[in-house]
Design a protein around this ligand. Structure first.
Ligand code: C5P
Length: 227
C-alpha cells in the first residue's frame, strides 16, 4: 500500500500496448484524484506532426534529429485536458490521425528522439503529483514511480475501442485498417531496439478486455489509498 497523502512527489506510470485505454484511464484519474496528466505519446505525435509539416520522411533520421534542435514542446493545462504546443502552436487537435499514429510509431524507434523526450518527461515529473502514460513509462521514464501499471486488452477489443474513438472524432476507418494499424504498431513497439514495450516485473498487470473503465480505475486507486 502506498500512502499518497504523505508524499510531496507521487508518480503513477501506466504502460501498455496501443489503444489499451491508457489515456482514458489516466485522464480520469488525473481529474478525479488531483494529478497532473502527462501523455507521453502526444509528444511523439507532436514531433511527427512537425516532421510532416516540414515534409520530412519518417525514415530520414538525420533530418528528424536536426529538427529536434528547433523544437520546443510545452503543455498548457485547460480543464482536465493538457493541451500540447510545439513552438507555441497548439497541435492537440491535429495529432490523432492514423497518419500521425503511424509516423510517430516509426520515429519513436530513433534513439535521439527518445532521449530528447526522456529529458523533457523527467523534468515534468520531477516534483508534484503526476500520472503519466506511454510505452516505456514504467521501464525507462519512471521506473522509480510509486505505482506502475501495465494495462492491456485483447487486440480485437482495442481495435473496437479505437475505431469508436476515431468515429467520435469524425474519422472513418475500416476494421481491417484499424486492426492492421494497431498490430503493426504493437509489433514495432515490442521489437524496437530502443526502450521496447515490455512489462516491468513490478507493474500491476491489468487486462481490461472484460472490465469497465470504473473497475480499472478502482484497481489502480485502491493501491494509492490508506486502508
Ligand atoms: O500512445 P500513442 O498512441 O499516442 O503513441 C504514439 C506512438 O508513440 C506509439 O505508437 C509509440 O510508438 C510511441 N510512443 C513511445 N513511447 C511512449 C509513448 C508513445 O514509443 N512513451
Amino acid at each position: 500500500m502506498i500512502f499518497m497523502e504523505l508524499a510531496d512527489r507521487f508518480v503513477i506510470a501506466i504502460d501498455g500496448p496501443a489503444a489499451a485505454g491508457k489515456s482514458t484511464v489516466s485522464r480520469m484519474i488525473a481529474s478525479e484524484y488531483g494529478y497532473d496528466y502527462l501523455d507521453t505519446g502526444s509528444m511523439y505525435r507532436a514531433i511527427a506532426f512537425t516532421c510532416i509539416q516540414n515534409q520530412i520522411e519518417p525514415t530520414d533520421e538525420k533530418l528528424i534529429v536536426d529538427i529536434l534542435q528547433n523544437i520546443s514542446i510545452h503543455f498548457h493545462r485547460s480543464g482536465v485536458n493538457n493541451e500540447i504546443f510545439v513552438n507555441n502552436l497548439s497541435v492537440s487537435s491535429k495529432i490523432r490521425t492514423p497518419e500521425i499514429s503511424e509516423f510517430a510509431s516509426r520515429i519513436s524507434a530513433f534513439k535521439e528522439v527518445r532521449s530528447f523526450l526522456f529529458r523533457l518527461q523527467r523534468e515534468v515529473i520531477s516534483s508534484g503529483r503526476h500520472i503519466l502514460e506511454g510505452r516505456d513509462t514504467t521501464t525507462v521514464v519512471a521506473p522509480d514511480a510509486d505505482l506502475k501499471v501495465f494495462l492491456t486488452a485483447d487486440i480485437e477489443e482495442r481495435v473496437k475501442r479505437r475505431k469508436q474513438e476515431m468515429h467520435n472524432q469524425g474519422i472513418m476507418i475500416s476494421w481491417d485498417e484499424m486492426y492492421q494499424n494497431i498490430k503493426t504498431r504493437d509489433e514495432r513497439d515490442t521489437n524496437r531496439k530502443e526502450s521496447p514495450l515490455t512489462r516491468h516485473p513490478d507493474a500491476l498487470y491489468i487486462d481490461s478486455t472484460n472490465l469497465t473503465l470504473d473497475k480499472v480505475i478502482k484497481k489502480i486507486i485502491v493501491l494509492t489509498e490508506r486502508d
